[in-house]
Design a protein around this ligand. Structure first.
Ligand SMILES: [Fe+2]
Length: 396
């Protein structure tokens, strides 16, 4: 059977003209057993559309690992390092992930108690929610009415020592039914978005770049982001913004001398804009919570200085300034009409281009709402490519 690609069902909130090319449902391919020819088609579609959904899938952890690895055959370990998430107790990710013993690159994530699962006798899962991470929270009263927030917009990446994975696979095994929730932005706008319970929300990094005014596009193609050492430990005492799109600057980050041992050579300095290996398109790809400094190149020769930001280049080290600038660049692209909130069904197998979009957990479950997902991504064998000299010339 030939591969068939169908548009994903968009919610009424979505601007269909902007999201028409985002995501596809794949029919005619079993993600558990993909032939080399089928893989080529999947790979091409993934880089073109950013996300692929296979419904009614039956995929073992080993099969999920195999498909994820096919995108980067030289990659070996989980995106945060195998079995590392449990060891780094101070990391903000620690409670969210349980490793599948037989395939340590695959994590069990979700909510509630899960028993006798893939070699895990018992796992207590906790769906992360904004209540433990944001500076402010939705009142208990509003929460009872179904109001919630985005948890943390991110790229799946350790951002220290290891390279950002190319793709992530998410496989929904147990999906609790429940009423829709309203995700509130609470950032002074009246923005809100109706979402399915426990959705994973996605925004396109390509749109994020394309929406920028010319002076910010110029800045984006000339900039690199320096991430903090052990960013998830560093950010653990700090609080996020109400949109989940970065951290409030209150000076609460763990001082560098109190972090686990780190080396300058293992710090990640990544381009602000990543080049899509399939389409050549430019995607604005910054994990705002882990960003610490910005390195801006001067304008290339011949570029107009009129209206240009940092025409002679800059090294921005003031956290508040760095975050302010990133927020200004990223916030427009998480507008309600540009968000794809996936409405999970059991046995959905979802594959996304981790280097081409941002995503976040949304909502909150009660302890008795059991949710079990398998997640896999692999620290990549290379760093993401930035814009070419030609790209810089075009946009600077
Ligand atoms: Fe993630």
């Amino acid at each position: 059977m030939a591969i068939e690609l169908l548009p994903l069902p968009l919610p009424a909130s979505a601007d269909a003209s902007k999201l028409a090319e985002f995501g596809r449902e794949v029919k005619g391919i079993n993600p558990a057993e993909v032939s080399p020819e089928e893989f080529k088609e999947i790979e091409q579609a993934l880089y073109k559309y950013g996300a692929l959904l296979f419904r009614d899938a039956h995929v073992t952890p080993a099969q999920q690992y195999a498909l994820t690895k096919a995108f980067d055959p030289q990659s070996e370990s989980y995106g945060h390092g195998n079995n590392k998430t449990g060891e780094t107790k101070k990391s903000i990710l620690h409670p969210d992930l349980k490793t599948i013993p037989s395939v340590p690159q695959v994590q069990l994530i979700g909510n509630g108690m899960v028993y006798n699962h893939e070699g895990l006798a018992e796992a207590r899962l906790k769906h992360p929610s904004h209540t433990t991470f944001h500076k402010t929270r939705v009142s208990a009263e509003d929460e009872a009415k179904g109001v919630t927030r985005f948890y943390r917009w991110h790229i799946d990446a350790a951002l220290y020592d290891l390279n950002p994975p190319r793709v992530t696979t998410l496989y929904g095994l147990t999906v609790p039914a429940g009423k829709k929730q309203v995700c509130r932005y609470d950032d002074g706008t009246r923005d809100e978005l109706e979402v399915p319970l426990g959705t994973t929300a996605f925004v396109s990094g390509k749109l994020m770049f394309e929406m920028l005014p010319a002076e910010l596009k110029s800045l984006a193609v000339r900039s690199k982001v320096k991430y903090a050492p052990h960013p998830y430990v560093w950010m653990a005492p700090a609080h996020a913004m109400p949109t989940g799109l970065g951290i409030e600057s209150e000076g609460l980050e763990l001082p560098l001398e109190e972090l686990p041992e780190w080396e300058e050579s293992k710090l990640k300095i990544l381009p602000m804009v990543w080049k899509n290996p399939g389409t050549g398109g430019l995607h604005f790809q910054v994990h705002p919570c882990g960003a610490k400094e910005l390195l801006v190149d001067p304008l290339p020769e011949g570029a107009s200085r009129e209206g240009a930001l940092y025409p002679d280049g800059a090294h921005l080290t003031d956290l508040k300034e760095v975050r302010g600038l990133l927020y200004k660049m990223q916030r427009p692209a998480i507008a309600p009409s540009l968000v794809y909130p996936h409405d999970w069904r059991e046995n959905d197998f979802f594959l996304f281009h981790n280097r081409g979009l941002l995503h976040t957990v949304v909502g909150a479950f009660t302890p008795d709402q059991v949710r079990a997902f398998h997640q896999c991504n692999l620290a990549a064998s290379d760093e993401p490519a930035g814009p070419t000299a030609e790209d810089v010339k075009k946009y600077a």
